[in-house]
Design a protein around this ligand. Structure first.
Ligand code: FAD
Length: 380
């Protein structure tokens, strides 16, 4: 494991200033309800504006509409977006992981078809991994794809599919051949599935705070043409593992409650905070800064050709615990009943965070699974 300290270069600081200026102009403080990190609403117009600035598909090749930029540059853009609670929902998954996975494993035809749309902010992807009986033990998925004429016939259900009701496609992990010799990791494949396909039904599952977002996706004889098989048939496990690596270690894993903390400070601007509040804020900010630098190191390592999966798992483990602890400390400090209809923006954000906070250490791999990834990696 290697967490060598790193700092932003002058050119990177310039990019950071540019993103801050853009956000000040597009989303002046007080003119919108900041979202809680990556659980932000979809706003296709905002996604297109991001694309016009060249801030979508930043690390994808220029020939497909990308910008050949670094992981650190993307880190800088994403950190500012999440800190300001920007409406990033529509492009989030495509920009964070699907584009890179298609670029790495897809056919030339798939790259030409999907990557320019991702870079223009014109297509939204969901993640089709979890199933009612397969979450942490993902290799046990039972979504079946059987050979048909010029394609595959898919049957089964996915669950917790974030934003499937608003997105266009999802990358669906499925079983294309039966388990042999007890090896669950073989015989899996990934399909690019149109969420409007005949036979595909999307049933909403409201979140604890009542908001839509979660879905069950039921597929009955859904036809997926051969040209939408992602990568090699039977290599789905290896591809999926590599996709998961893009999901961990970034600012989305430690910034979900930052806005609530910031609102708390805004609410108390010009007033003298008590000792408990000062102690709590000092502790949180010190922890935040440490995590931020660990996460930045992960991006720097990627740019240097590393594969920091253990470091990413640790950042997610520590980052999501930090998000929840921050909320817990605020709860002790403010002693208020959560109320989604409150006139105070702080109270509305606090309520939303209280109701969605438990999910932070579950989504993208639970805390126990991350500890296990880190432990195995450190032992190896
Ligand atoms: C907000 C949110 C958004 C999500 N969005 C998506 C999405 O878009 N697409 C998608 O596919 N999925 C999504 N998920 C699902 C998420 O990835 C799964 O919930 C997660 O992987 C855990 O799986 P599970 O819910 O089946 O829990 P389980 O795997 O049943 O785990 C239950 C408990 O057992 C523990 N456990 C399980 N196995 C082990 C083990 N080997 N060692 C130690 N402890 C273990 C877990 O840590 C957990 O505490 C989302 C989840 C949330 C909360």
């Amino acid at each position: 494991m290697d967490f060598s300290p790193t700092e932003l270069t002058p050119a990177e600081l310039e990019l950071q200033a540019e993103v801050r200026d853009f956000l000040d102009a597009e989303l002046p403080r007080g003119s919108y309800e900041p979202a809680l990190g990556m659980g932000a609403p979809n706003d296709k117009e905002f996604s297109k504006k991001m694309a016009a600035k060249g801030w979508l598909g930043m690390a994808l090749p220029k020939q497909y509409g990308g910008h050949d930029r670094s992981a650190v540059d993307r880190f800088i853009v994403v950190e500012e977006l999440l800190r300001s609670g920007a409406p990033i929902g529509y492009h989030w998954v495509a920009d964070r992981q699907t584009g890179s996975v298609i670029n790495r494993f897809g056919t030339e035809e798939q790259r030409e078809r999907f990557l320019p749309m991702i870079c223009r902010g014109e297509i939204g992807f969901s993640i089709g991994m979890s199933e009612p009986d397969s979450g942490s033990d993902l290799a046990s998925v039972s979504m079946r794809a059987e050979r048909g004429a010029n394609g595959w016939i898919m049957n089964g259900s996915k669950i917790w599919t974030s934003s499937a009701h608003e997105n266009d496609f999802f990358v669906c992990l499925c079983r294309t051949s039966p388990i042999e010799d007890g090896n669950k990791h073989q015989g899996l494949s990934q399909m690019l599935v149109d969420l409007k396909s005949p036979g595909l039904e999307i049933n909403g599952i409201p979140f604890l705070d009542g908001s839509p977002g979660f879905n069950e996706v039921v597929m009955t004889d859904v036809f997926v043409p051969d040209e939408l098989v992602l990568g090699e048939v039977g290599m789905g496990w290896a591809q999926n593992t590599s996709e998961l690596a893009y999901e961990r270690g970034g600012p989305d894993r430690w910034l979900s409650t930052f806005g609530v903390l910031e609102q708390f400070l805004a609410m108390h601007e010009g007033t003298q905070l008590g000792d408990r509040a000062v102690e709590m804020l000092g502790g949180s900010i010190a922890r935040y800064w440490g995590l931020r630098n660990l996460s930045l190191t992960v991006a720097r390592m990627i740019d240097q050709g590393g594969a920091p999966s253990v470091e990413s798992a640790l950042v997610k483990e520590m980052g999501t615990r930090f998000e929840q602890d921050t909320l817990l400390k605020l709860t002790e400090l403010v002693d208020l009943e959560p109320s989604p209809e409150s006139a105070s923006m702080f109270e509305r954000m606090f309520t939303a965070a209280t109701l969605t906070g438990p999910s932070f250490t579950i989504r993208g791999g639970t805390i126990e699974i991350l500890r296990s990834v880190a432990a195995k990696g450190l032992r190896a």
